[in-house]
Design a protein around this ligand. Sequence first.
Ligand code: GDP
Ligand code: MG
Length: 441
Amino acid sequence: TLSDRLTSVLQNLRGKGRLSEADIDATAREIRVALLEADVALPVVRTFIAKVKERAKGAEVSQALNPAQQVVKIVNEELVGILGGETRRLNLAKNPPTVIMLAGLQGAGKTTLAGKLARWLKAQGHTPMLVACDLQRPNAVTQLQVVGQRAGVPVFAPEPGNGVGDPVDVARKGIEEAKRAQHDVVVVDTAGRLGVDEEMMRQAVDIRAAVQPDEVLFVVDAMIGQDAVNTATAFQDGVGFTGVVLTKLDGDARGGAALSVREVTGQPILFASNGEKLEDFDVFHPDRMASRILGMGDMLTLIEQAEQAFDADQAEAAAVKMGSGQLTLEDFLEQMLALRKMGPIANLLGMLPGAGQMKDQLANLDEKHLDRVQAIIRGMTPAERDDPKIINASRRLRIANGSGVRVSDVNDLVNRFFEARKMMSQMAGRFGLPGGGKNNR
Ligand code: GDP
Ligand code: MG
Protein backbone atom coordinates (compact mmCIF):
# COMPACT_ATOMS: atom_id res chain seq x y z
CA THR A 1 0.00 0.00 0.00
CA LEU A 2 0.91 3.65 -0.25
CA SER A 3 1.36 3.81 3.46
CA ASP A 4 3.76 0.88 3.54
CA ARG A 5 5.74 2.23 0.64
CA LEU A 6 6.07 5.70 2.08
CA THR A 7 7.00 4.32 5.43
CA SER A 8 9.83 2.28 3.97
CA VAL A 9 11.07 5.12 1.80
CA LEU A 10 10.98 7.48 4.71
CA GLN A 11 12.79 5.08 6.94
CA ASN A 12 15.65 5.33 4.47
CA LEU A 13 15.58 9.08 4.86
CA ARG A 14 15.46 9.05 8.62
CA GLY A 15 18.55 10.13 10.39
CA LYS A 16 20.07 12.14 7.57
CA GLY A 17 20.74 15.74 8.46
CA ARG A 18 19.15 17.41 5.48
CA LEU A 19 17.29 16.66 2.29
CA SER A 20 19.58 16.22 -0.66
CA GLU A 21 18.34 16.32 -4.24
CA ALA A 22 19.04 12.60 -4.52
CA ASP A 23 16.89 11.95 -1.45
CA ILE A 24 14.07 14.00 -2.91
CA ASP A 25 14.24 12.28 -6.30
CA ALA A 26 14.29 8.84 -4.77
CA THR A 27 11.36 9.68 -2.55
CA ALA A 28 9.44 11.25 -5.41
CA ARG A 29 9.84 8.11 -7.51
CA GLU A 30 8.47 5.96 -4.73
CA ILE A 31 5.57 8.29 -3.99
CA ARG A 32 4.73 8.28 -7.69
CA VAL A 33 4.47 4.50 -7.77
CA ALA A 34 2.51 4.49 -4.56
CA LEU A 35 -0.04 7.05 -5.80
CA LEU A 36 -0.57 5.03 -8.95
CA GLU A 37 -1.20 1.99 -6.81
CA ALA A 38 -3.75 4.01 -4.88
CA ASP A 39 -5.62 4.52 -8.19
CA VAL A 40 -4.74 8.14 -8.73
CA ALA A 41 -4.69 8.91 -12.48
CA LEU A 42 -1.28 9.27 -14.11
CA PRO A 43 -1.46 12.95 -15.20
CA VAL A 44 -2.60 13.85 -11.70
CA VAL A 45 0.29 11.93 -10.21
CA ARG A 46 2.73 13.79 -12.47
CA THR A 47 1.47 17.24 -11.49
CA PHE A 48 1.50 16.27 -7.87
CA ILE A 49 5.03 14.91 -7.87
CA ALA A 50 6.31 18.00 -9.65
CA LYS A 51 4.82 20.24 -6.98
CA VAL A 52 6.20 18.18 -4.13
CA LYS A 53 9.69 18.09 -5.64
CA GLU A 54 9.70 21.81 -6.19
CA ARG A 55 8.71 22.53 -2.65
CA ALA A 56 11.04 19.99 -1.09
CA LYS A 57 13.98 21.52 -2.94
CA GLY A 58 13.15 25.04 -1.85
CA ALA A 59 12.23 24.11 1.71
CA GLU A 60 14.37 25.23 4.58
CA VAL A 61 15.55 22.33 6.66
CA SER A 62 13.25 22.26 9.62
CA GLN A 63 14.69 22.31 13.12
CA ALA A 64 11.63 20.62 14.52
CA LEU A 65 11.29 17.72 12.08
CA ASN A 66 13.60 15.12 10.69
CA PRO A 67 13.85 14.93 6.89
CA ALA A 68 11.39 12.06 6.70
CA GLN A 69 8.76 13.95 8.59
CA GLN A 70 9.43 17.01 6.51
CA VAL A 71 8.74 15.16 3.27
CA VAL A 72 5.50 13.72 4.63
CA LYS A 73 4.48 17.17 5.73
CA ILE A 74 5.03 18.61 2.26
CA VAL A 75 3.27 15.69 0.57
CA ASN A 76 0.33 16.12 2.92
CA GLU A 77 0.11 19.87 2.44
CA GLU A 78 0.15 19.51 -1.34
CA LEU A 79 -2.56 16.88 -1.16
CA VAL A 80 -4.76 19.09 0.97
CA GLY A 81 -4.11 21.93 -1.47
CA ILE A 82 -5.18 19.93 -4.53
CA LEU A 83 -8.20 18.53 -2.75
CA GLY A 84 -9.46 22.02 -2.29
CA GLY A 85 -7.95 23.60 0.78
CA GLU A 86 -10.96 24.97 2.56
CA THR A 87 -14.34 23.32 2.23
CA ARG A 88 -16.65 25.06 -0.26
CA ARG A 89 -20.20 25.61 0.86
CA LEU A 90 -23.32 24.91 -1.12
CA ASN A 91 -24.39 27.75 -3.43
CA LEU A 92 -27.76 28.97 -2.27
CA ALA A 93 -29.93 31.00 -4.66
CA LYS A 94 -30.64 34.64 -3.78
CA ASN A 95 -34.22 34.05 -4.84
CA PRO A 96 -35.41 30.67 -3.57
CA PRO A 97 -35.90 27.95 -4.37
CA THR A 98 -32.30 26.84 -4.70
CA VAL A 99 -32.27 24.03 -7.24
CA ILE A 100 -29.77 21.20 -6.79
CA MET A 101 -29.58 18.61 -9.54
CA LEU A 102 -27.88 15.24 -9.01
CA ALA A 103 -26.07 13.46 -11.83
CA GLY A 104 -23.95 10.34 -12.01
CA LEU A 105 -23.84 6.69 -12.99
CA GLN A 106 -26.44 4.20 -11.81
CA GLY A 107 -25.58 2.93 -8.36
CA ALA A 108 -23.35 5.89 -7.56
CA GLY A 109 -25.63 6.81 -4.68
CA LYS A 110 -27.72 9.71 -6.06
CA THR A 111 -31.08 8.68 -4.61
CA THR A 112 -29.52 7.92 -1.24
CA LEU A 113 -27.73 11.28 -1.40
CA ALA A 114 -31.05 13.05 -2.11
CA GLY A 115 -32.33 11.76 1.24
CA LYS A 116 -29.09 12.68 3.02
CA LEU A 117 -29.09 16.18 1.59
CA ALA A 118 -32.74 16.63 2.52
CA ARG A 119 -32.08 15.57 6.09
CA TRP A 120 -28.97 17.75 6.36
CA LEU A 121 -30.67 20.80 4.85
CA LYS A 122 -33.67 20.37 7.10
CA ALA A 123 -31.43 20.26 10.17
CA GLN A 124 -30.10 23.65 9.08
CA GLY A 125 -33.54 25.17 8.98
CA HIS A 126 -34.29 24.76 5.29
CA THR A 127 -37.54 23.39 3.90
CA PRO A 128 -36.33 21.05 1.15
CA MET A 129 -38.39 19.07 -1.36
CA LEU A 130 -37.29 16.14 -3.52
CA VAL A 131 -38.23 15.65 -7.16
CA ALA A 132 -38.20 12.17 -8.70
CA CYS A 133 -36.92 12.41 -12.27
CA ASP A 134 -35.56 8.87 -12.52
CA LEU A 135 -38.38 7.22 -14.42
CA GLN A 136 -36.10 4.60 -15.93
CA ARG A 137 -35.87 2.03 -13.21
CA PRO A 138 -39.14 0.53 -11.98
CA ASN A 139 -38.49 1.16 -8.29
CA ALA A 140 -36.62 4.43 -8.53
CA VAL A 141 -39.59 6.63 -7.61
CA THR A 142 -40.59 4.45 -4.67
CA GLN A 143 -36.98 4.44 -3.47
CA LEU A 144 -36.92 8.23 -3.43
CA GLN A 145 -40.27 8.31 -1.64
CA VAL A 146 -38.85 6.03 1.04
CA VAL A 147 -35.76 8.18 1.68
CA GLY A 148 -37.94 11.30 1.57
CA GLN A 149 -40.17 9.84 4.24
CA ARG A 150 -37.16 8.92 6.38
CA ALA A 151 -35.83 12.46 6.07
CA GLY A 152 -39.29 13.85 6.72
CA VAL A 153 -39.50 15.86 3.52
CA PRO A 154 -42.08 15.78 0.70
CA VAL A 155 -41.31 14.08 -2.61
CA PHE A 156 -42.73 15.31 -5.90
CA ALA A 157 -43.36 12.38 -8.27
CA PRO A 158 -45.43 11.72 -11.37
CA GLU A 159 -48.95 10.45 -10.76
CA PRO A 160 -48.96 6.65 -10.79
CA GLY A 161 -50.90 4.83 -13.49
CA ASN A 162 -50.31 7.36 -16.26
CA GLY A 163 -47.66 5.27 -17.94
CA VAL A 164 -44.02 6.30 -18.06
CA GLY A 165 -43.84 10.08 -17.73
CA ASP A 166 -41.36 12.50 -19.22
CA PRO A 167 -38.60 13.23 -16.69
CA VAL A 168 -38.08 16.75 -18.06
CA ASP A 169 -41.74 17.48 -17.61
CA VAL A 170 -41.68 16.11 -14.05
CA ALA A 171 -38.64 18.26 -13.27
CA ARG A 172 -40.37 21.39 -14.51
CA LYS A 173 -43.57 20.67 -12.60
CA GLY A 174 -41.55 19.83 -9.51
CA ILE A 175 -39.97 23.28 -9.47
CA GLU A 176 -43.40 24.90 -9.95
CA GLU A 177 -44.75 22.91 -7.02
CA ALA A 178 -41.77 23.89 -4.85
CA LYS A 179 -42.41 27.57 -5.61
CA ARG A 180 -46.09 27.21 -4.85
CA ALA A 181 -45.51 25.38 -1.57
CA GLN A 182 -42.57 27.69 -0.73
CA HIS A 183 -39.85 25.09 -0.37
CA ASP A 184 -36.53 26.94 -0.32
CA VAL A 185 -34.39 24.07 -1.70
CA VAL A 186 -35.29 21.51 -4.37
CA VAL A 187 -33.20 18.40 -4.94
CA VAL A 188 -33.72 16.83 -8.36
CA ASP A 189 -32.88 13.11 -8.54
CA THR A 190 -32.09 11.83 -12.02
CA ALA A 191 -31.54 8.52 -13.79
CA GLY A 192 -28.14 7.01 -14.41
CA ARG A 193 -26.76 4.16 -16.49
CA LEU A 194 -24.15 1.62 -15.64
CA GLY A 195 -21.96 3.17 -18.28
CA VAL A 196 -21.97 6.59 -19.84
CA ASP A 197 -24.35 6.71 -22.82
CA GLU A 198 -25.68 9.43 -25.09
CA GLU A 199 -29.32 9.08 -24.22
CA MET A 200 -28.72 9.42 -20.51
CA MET A 201 -26.50 12.43 -21.11
CA ARG A 202 -29.11 14.05 -23.37
CA GLN A 203 -31.79 13.56 -20.74
CA ALA A 204 -29.59 15.10 -18.06
CA VAL A 205 -28.84 18.05 -20.33
CA ASP A 206 -32.58 18.55 -20.97
CA ILE A 207 -33.38 18.43 -17.26
CA ARG A 208 -30.60 20.88 -16.56
CA ALA A 209 -31.95 23.28 -19.18
CA ALA A 210 -35.48 22.93 -17.78
CA VAL A 211 -34.69 23.53 -14.09
CA GLN A 212 -31.71 25.92 -14.36
CA PRO A 213 -30.03 24.50 -11.25
CA ASP A 214 -27.86 26.54 -8.89
CA GLU A 215 -25.74 23.46 -8.33
CA VAL A 216 -25.26 20.34 -10.42
CA LEU A 217 -23.65 17.75 -8.18
CA PHE A 218 -21.72 14.95 -9.83
CA VAL A 219 -22.13 11.93 -7.57
CA VAL A 220 -19.27 9.45 -7.79
CA ASP A 221 -18.58 6.20 -6.05
CA ALA A 222 -15.14 6.38 -4.41
CA MET A 223 -14.61 2.70 -5.24
CA ILE A 224 -14.57 3.48 -8.97
CA GLY A 225 -10.79 4.09 -8.89
CA GLN A 226 -9.05 4.92 -12.18
CA ASP A 227 -12.40 5.02 -14.02
CA ALA A 228 -13.26 8.17 -12.08
CA VAL A 229 -11.31 10.25 -14.59
CA ASN A 230 -13.22 9.01 -17.68
CA THR A 231 -16.61 9.17 -15.99
CA ALA A 232 -16.00 12.63 -14.54
CA THR A 233 -14.74 13.91 -17.87
CA ALA A 234 -17.78 12.50 -19.67
CA PHE A 235 -20.18 14.18 -17.24
CA GLN A 236 -18.17 17.39 -17.26
CA ASP A 237 -18.32 17.56 -21.08
CA GLY A 238 -21.85 16.15 -21.33
CA VAL A 239 -23.92 17.89 -18.63
CA GLY A 240 -21.38 20.00 -16.80
CA PHE A 241 -21.36 20.14 -13.03
CA THR A 242 -20.50 22.62 -10.29
CA GLY A 243 -19.51 20.28 -7.51
CA VAL A 244 -18.66 16.70 -6.63
CA VAL A 245 -20.00 14.32 -4.00
CA LEU A 246 -17.95 11.24 -3.13
CA THR A 247 -19.92 8.24 -1.91
CA LYS A 248 -19.16 4.89 -0.30
CA LEU A 249 -16.22 6.20 1.64
CA ASP A 250 -17.15 3.70 4.32
CA GLY A 251 -15.61 1.08 2.02
CA ASP A 252 -11.89 0.50 1.73
CA ALA A 253 -11.38 2.79 -1.27
CA ARG A 254 -8.12 4.60 -0.86
CA GLY A 255 -9.47 7.86 -2.15
CA GLY A 256 -7.45 8.13 -5.35
CA ALA A 257 -10.70 9.02 -7.13
CA ALA A 258 -11.05 12.15 -5.02
CA LEU A 259 -7.67 13.44 -6.12
CA SER A 260 -8.26 12.54 -9.79
CA VAL A 261 -11.74 14.05 -10.11
CA ARG A 262 -10.72 17.19 -8.33
CA GLU A 263 -7.60 17.72 -10.41
CA VAL A 264 -9.08 16.72 -13.79
CA THR A 265 -12.35 18.70 -13.57
CA GLY A 266 -11.25 21.52 -11.31
CA GLN A 267 -14.60 21.30 -9.53
CA PRO A 268 -14.68 21.25 -5.73
CA ILE A 269 -15.72 18.24 -3.69
CA LEU A 270 -18.57 19.41 -1.51
CA PHE A 271 -19.81 16.39 0.40
CA ALA A 272 -18.79 12.92 1.46
CA SER A 273 -21.11 9.94 1.95
CA ASN A 274 -19.97 7.12 4.14
CA GLY A 275 -22.75 4.65 4.64
CA GLU A 276 -26.28 3.63 3.71
CA LYS A 277 -28.03 5.49 6.52
CA LEU A 278 -29.13 9.09 6.00
CA GLU A 279 -26.88 10.38 8.77
CA ASP A 280 -23.77 8.83 7.17
CA PHE A 281 -22.97 12.12 5.51
CA ASP A 282 -20.77 15.14 6.05
CA VAL A 283 -19.30 18.12 4.25
CA PHE A 284 -16.04 17.17 2.58
CA HIS A 285 -12.88 17.69 4.61
CA PRO A 286 -9.79 17.93 2.36
CA ASP A 287 -7.42 17.38 5.29
CA ARG A 288 -9.10 14.15 6.32
CA MET A 289 -9.12 12.90 2.73
CA ALA A 290 -5.43 13.74 2.29
CA SER A 291 -4.62 11.81 5.41
CA ARG A 292 -6.72 8.89 4.13
CA ILE A 293 -4.99 8.84 0.74
CA LEU A 294 -1.60 8.89 2.44
CA GLY A 295 -2.80 6.37 4.98
CA MET A 296 -0.49 8.02 7.48
CA GLY A 297 -2.76 9.53 10.07
CA ASP A 298 -0.45 8.48 12.87
CA MET A 299 2.61 9.96 11.21
CA LEU A 300 0.78 13.25 10.61
CA THR A 301 -0.17 13.40 14.25
CA LEU A 302 3.46 12.77 15.20
CA ILE A 303 4.58 15.62 12.96
CA GLU A 304 2.12 17.98 14.55
CA GLN A 305 3.28 16.93 18.00
CA ALA A 306 6.95 17.32 17.08
CA GLU A 307 6.33 20.84 15.85
CA GLN A 308 4.35 21.77 18.92
CA ALA A 309 6.98 20.29 21.20
CA PHE A 310 9.65 22.33 19.42
CA ASP A 311 7.71 25.57 19.89
CA ALA A 312 7.06 24.68 23.50
CA ASP A 313 10.79 24.00 24.06
CA GLN A 314 11.71 27.42 22.77
CA ALA A 315 9.05 29.15 24.82
CA GLU A 316 10.12 27.20 27.88
CA ALA A 317 13.78 28.08 27.42
CA ALA A 318 12.82 31.75 27.36
CA ALA A 319 10.53 31.32 30.35
CA VAL A 320 13.20 29.50 32.35
CA LYS A 321 15.63 32.31 31.65
CA MET A 322 13.21 34.96 32.80
CA GLY A 323 11.86 32.99 35.71
CA SER A 324 15.24 32.03 37.08
CA GLY A 325 16.48 35.62 37.00
CA GLN A 326 19.04 34.79 34.33
CA LEU A 327 17.73 37.35 31.86
CA THR A 328 20.64 39.47 30.68
CA LEU A 329 20.87 42.97 29.27
CA GLU A 330 21.84 41.29 26.00
CA ASP A 331 18.45 39.49 25.95
CA PHE A 332 16.82 42.76 26.84
CA LEU A 333 18.51 44.57 23.95
CA GLU A 334 17.57 41.78 21.54
CA GLN A 335 13.94 41.95 22.52
CA MET A 336 13.92 45.69 22.29
CA LEU A 337 15.43 45.60 18.79
CA ALA A 338 12.86 43.03 17.74
CA LEU A 339 10.10 45.26 19.03
CA ARG A 340 11.51 48.32 17.31
CA LYS A 341 11.66 46.47 14.00
CA MET A 342 7.90 46.61 14.04
CA GLY A 343 8.13 50.38 13.55
CA PRO A 344 8.27 53.38 15.81
CA ILE A 345 6.40 52.84 19.05
CA ALA A 346 4.55 56.06 18.34
CA ASN A 347 3.16 54.65 15.11
CA LEU A 348 1.95 51.55 16.86
CA LEU A 349 0.28 53.61 19.55
CA GLY A 350 -1.06 55.98 16.93
CA MET A 351 -3.14 53.16 15.55
CA LEU A 352 -5.11 53.06 18.75
CA PRO A 353 -8.28 55.15 18.68
CA GLY A 354 -7.90 58.40 20.62
CA ALA A 355 -4.12 58.29 20.70
CA GLY A 356 -3.85 60.84 17.90
CA GLN A 357 -3.03 63.94 20.01
CA MET A 358 -0.49 62.06 22.08
CA LYS A 359 1.47 61.10 19.04
CA ASP A 360 3.92 64.02 18.96
CA GLN A 361 4.69 63.74 22.64
CA LEU A 362 5.22 60.02 22.33
CA ALA A 363 7.47 60.45 19.34
CA ASN A 364 9.75 62.75 21.29
CA LEU A 365 9.60 60.94 24.56
CA ASP A 366 9.58 57.25 23.93
CA GLU A 367 11.69 57.04 20.80
CA LYS A 368 14.37 59.18 22.42
CA HIS A 369 14.21 57.18 25.58
CA LEU A 370 14.55 53.92 23.66
CA ASP A 371 17.46 55.34 21.67
CA ARG A 372 19.17 56.17 24.94
CA VAL A 373 18.56 52.71 26.40
CA GLN A 374 19.94 51.15 23.27
CA ALA A 375 23.02 53.40 23.33
CA ILE A 376 23.71 52.57 26.98
CA ILE A 377 23.53 48.83 26.47
CA ARG A 378 25.71 49.09 23.37
CA GLY A 379 28.25 50.97 25.48
CA MET A 380 28.63 48.02 27.81
CA THR A 381 31.09 45.17 27.43
CA PRO A 382 29.70 41.67 26.79
CA ALA A 383 30.59 40.72 30.35
CA GLU A 384 28.61 43.66 31.69
CA ARG A 385 25.59 42.83 29.52
CA ASP A 386 25.74 39.24 30.62
CA ASP A 387 26.05 39.98 34.32
CA PRO A 388 24.95 43.55 35.12
CA LYS A 389 25.84 43.03 38.79
CA ILE A 390 29.47 43.80 37.98
CA ILE A 391 28.61 47.32 36.80
CA ASN A 392 30.15 49.36 39.58
CA ALA A 393 30.58 53.13 39.87
CA SER A 394 33.65 53.36 37.63
CA ARG A 395 32.07 51.18 34.99
CA ARG A 396 28.93 53.36 35.10
CA LEU A 397 30.99 56.47 34.46
CA ARG A 398 32.79 54.82 31.54
CA ILE A 399 29.51 53.64 30.00
CA ALA A 400 27.91 57.08 30.44
CA ASN A 401 30.84 58.81 28.73
CA GLY A 402 31.01 56.23 26.00
CA SER A 403 27.34 56.44 25.08
CA GLY A 404 26.87 60.16 25.55
CA VAL A 405 24.46 60.01 28.46
CA ARG A 406 24.56 61.03 32.11
CA VAL A 407 25.64 58.62 34.85
CA SER A 408 22.14 58.91 36.32
CA ASP A 409 20.72 57.55 33.05
CA VAL A 410 22.93 54.50 33.36
CA ASN A 411 21.93 54.06 37.00
CA ASP A 412 18.31 54.38 36.02
CA LEU A 413 18.53 51.68 33.38
CA VAL A 414 20.48 49.21 35.49
CA ASN A 415 18.17 49.64 38.48
CA ARG A 416 15.06 49.30 36.39
CA PHE A 417 16.47 46.22 34.75
CA PHE A 418 17.04 44.56 38.14
CA GLU A 419 13.53 45.52 39.21
CA ALA A 420 12.02 44.05 36.06
CA ARG A 421 14.03 40.87 36.37
CA LYS A 422 13.01 40.40 39.96
CA MET A 423 9.38 41.01 39.13
CA MET A 424 9.43 38.47 36.30
CA SER A 425 11.01 35.91 38.56
CA GLN A 426 8.42 36.47 41.26
CA MET A 427 5.60 36.26 38.77
CA ALA A 428 7.03 33.06 37.38
CA GLY A 429 7.17 31.63 40.90
CA ARG A 430 3.60 32.62 41.64
CA PHE A 431 2.24 31.16 38.40
CA GLY A 432 4.30 28.03 38.69
CA LEU A 433 6.29 28.73 35.56
CA PRO A 434 9.49 26.79 34.97
CA GLY A 435 12.47 28.15 36.86
CA GLY A 436 10.26 30.42 38.94
CA GLY A 437 11.52 31.87 42.20
CA LYS A 438 15.09 30.64 41.75
CA ASN A 439 18.11 32.88 41.96
CA ASN A 440 16.37 36.22 42.57
CA ARG A 441 18.66 39.03 43.09
P1 GDP B 1 -28.25 5.78 -7.60
O1 GDP B 1 -28.47 4.72 -8.61
O2 GDP B 1 -27.16 6.71 -8.01
O3 GDP B 1 -29.49 6.51 -7.23
O4 GDP B 1 -27.70 5.06 -6.28
P2 GDP B 1 -28.50 4.63 -4.97
O5 GDP B 1 -28.74 5.81 -4.11
O6 GDP B 1 -29.69 3.83 -5.35
O7 GDP B 1 -27.42 3.72 -4.27
C1 GDP B 1 -26.99 2.49 -4.80
C2 GDP B 1 -26.61 1.56 -3.66
O8 GDP B 1 -25.52 2.08 -2.95
C3 GDP B 1 -27.73 1.41 -2.64
O9 GDP B 1 -27.76 0.07 -2.21
C4 GDP B 1 -27.31 2.31 -1.50
O10 GDP B 1 -27.81 1.87 -0.27
C5 GDP B 1 -25.83 2.21 -1.57
N1 GDP B 1 -25.14 3.42 -1.10
C6 GDP B 1 -25.34 4.71 -1.45
N2 GDP B 1 -24.47 5.52 -0.82
C7 GDP B 1 -23.71 4.72 -0.04
C8 GDP B 1 -22.60 4.95 0.86
O11 GDP B 1 -22.13 6.07 1.07
N3 GDP B 1 -22.06 3.86 1.47
C9 GDP B 1 -22.55 2.60 1.25
N4 GDP B 1 -21.97 1.60 1.89
N5 GDP B 1 -23.55 2.35 0.41
C10 GDP B 1 -24.12 3.39 -0.23
MG1 MG C 1 -31.34 6.45 -8.05
